[in-house]
Design a protein around this ligand. Structure first.
Ligand code: UD1
Ligand code: PEP
Length: 427
């Protein structure tokens, strides 16, 4: 298994190209299931999760053709064609590697009237149930059965009637599944309390380009008028706001100046506000964001929340940055019950962090030193790299397969701005 070796202390300077968003791509790809015509997605990041999802679609008889396979190509163009579905079963072996596989449930049900998908199970950051995905589909008229670790959803003869659902908890994935199921329903559906993350706006924009009728895009109140069929489309995946935010933290912790080419500030309002409060200078323009740090970092209190609040996917990276702030910061994680897995590893690097339930108290500035650390989940892994960039000496990060799920060409991008980082085979 590979590991990353990082020698800290280099000030990052230069430009990092921002990739297409993993979390948008994972909900745009299953839209291919809902049309007989080709769907071409541009700017798809090369990530283990995207490859896994493409493989899952071939399971249903969807053809997948990839352009841009050369190593120097950033942003793949992939065409999916589901002229005929040959299966509606998503098996355990594929689903267990990738939680987002549950996002095929709504599209399969909408197109074929039935779907059998393995239950994804828990993961490092928390329990992550799918009850709301199922309740929304039931509200649209589906029958749900559970057996042998699989969920089977069946639509009445003639298709889903559609219906109303009020989300008691904001869920990104459940909103995505519900929207995808509703666009091909026979009647009108209304979702209230829906998630309004930029990735959901991206999903709705693609569906509209495919012929769907959706009102309230970008709000938590969506009205979806079902249509008989969707057409194909060509669509560019939005930039990855979490990748951009992660590199902003990396630049800031080294006192550097880095341009995040292609990042979209409008999607990152809370993360950028947090960075500004920490003392990071940020310039926004239509083509990207520039991060500069001069002088001391300031402590802040941060609480994660559904969009437009601070993304839980940024909490670990901001925590690493706050280890270097002059004073005590308090971070509250309200979305996932177990998302402080990076804390013991950061502590091994010299951080002073105490946790109590869902609150972490970070005392800075810490003298970070290199250590051998273990990546535990995607964003926790990135937080260790950020800390390593500012640490004295060498850090070895193991179990980096987590990073390959979500950061396209991580070492290459960091090397571009002067980081001393390399991937080597583990012993
Ligand atoms: C592929 C993808 O886009 N992943 C993102 C998505 O995950 P994901 O869609 O899985 O996260 P959700 O928004 O659904 O989870 C939010 C909260 O709702 C709870 N919940 C969710 C579904 C459900 O049926 N029942 C329930 O109780 C979860 O346990 C969690 O506490 O949004 C998260 C929250 O922004 C991000 O951290 C993930 O990066
Ligand atoms: C938790 C994340 O992703 P996933 O939902 O795919 O596990 C993430 O992107 O930080």
């Amino acid at each position: 298994m590979d590991k990353l070796i990082i020698k800290g202390g280099n000030r990052l300077s230069g430009t990092i190209p921002i990739s297409g968003a993993k979390n948008a791509a994972l909900t745009l790809i299953p839209c291919a299931i809902m049309t007989e015509e080709p769907l071409t997605l541009r700017n798809l990041p090369r990530l283990a999760d995207i490859d896994g999802f493409q493989h899952l679609l071939t399971q249903f008889g969807v053809s997948v053709s990839i352009q841009g396979k050369r190593p120097e190509d950033f942003g793949r163009v992939v065409t999916f064609e589901a002229s005929r579905l040959t299966s509606t079963v998503a098996p355990y072996d594929l689903v267990r590697k990738m939680r987002a596989s549950i996002l095929v449930l709504g599209p399969l049900l909408a197109r074929a009237g039935e779907a059998t998908v393995s239950l994804p199970g828990g993961c490092a950051i928390g329990n992550r149930p799918i009850d709301l995905h199922l309740k929304a589909l039931e509200a649209f008229g589906a029958t749900i059965e559970m057996a042998q670790g699989y969920v089977k959803a069946i639509a009445p003869d003639g298709g889903l009637p559609g219906g109303d659902f009020d989300f008691p908890v904001v869920s990104v994935g459940a909103t995505e599944n519900a929207v995808m199921a509703a666009v091909l329903a026979n009647g009108t559906s209304r979702l209230t309390g829906a998630a309004r993350e930029p990735e959901i706006v991206d999903l709705c924009n693609l569906l509209v380009a495919m012929g769907a009728e959706i009102e309230g895009i970008g709000t938590s109140d969506l009205t979806i008028h079902g249509v008989d069929r969707l057409n194909g489309a060509t669509y560019k995946v939005m930039p990855d706001r979490i990748e951009a935010g992660s590199y902003a933290c990396a630049a800031a912790i080294t006192g550097g100046e880095v341009r995040l080419e292609g990042a979209r500030a409008a999607d990152m309002v809370s993360s950028l506000a947090a960075l500004r409060n920490i003392g990071v200078e940020i310039e926004e323009d239509p083509k990207g964001i520039t991060i500069k740090t001069n002088g001391a970092l300031k402590p802040v209190d941060l609480t994660t929340a559904p969009f437009p609040g601070l993304a839980t996917d940024m909490q670990a990276q901001l925590m690493s940055l706050l280890c270097k702030a002059e004073g005590t910061s308090v971070l509250k994680e309200t979305i996932f019950e177990n998302r402080f897995m990076h804390v013991p590893e950061l502590t091994r690097m010299g951080a002073d962090i105490a946790t109590e339930g869902r609150t972490a108290i970070v005392k800075g500035p810490a003298e970070l030193t290199g250590a051998e650390v273990m990546a535990t989940d995607l964003r926790a892994s990135m937080s260790l790299i950020i800390a390593a960039l500012a640490a004295e000496g060498e850090t070895q990060v193991r179990r980096i397969y987590h990073l390959d799920r979500g950061y396209e060409r991580l070492e290459e991008k960091l090397q571009l701005v002067g980081a001393d980082i390399e991937r080597v085979g583990d012993d």
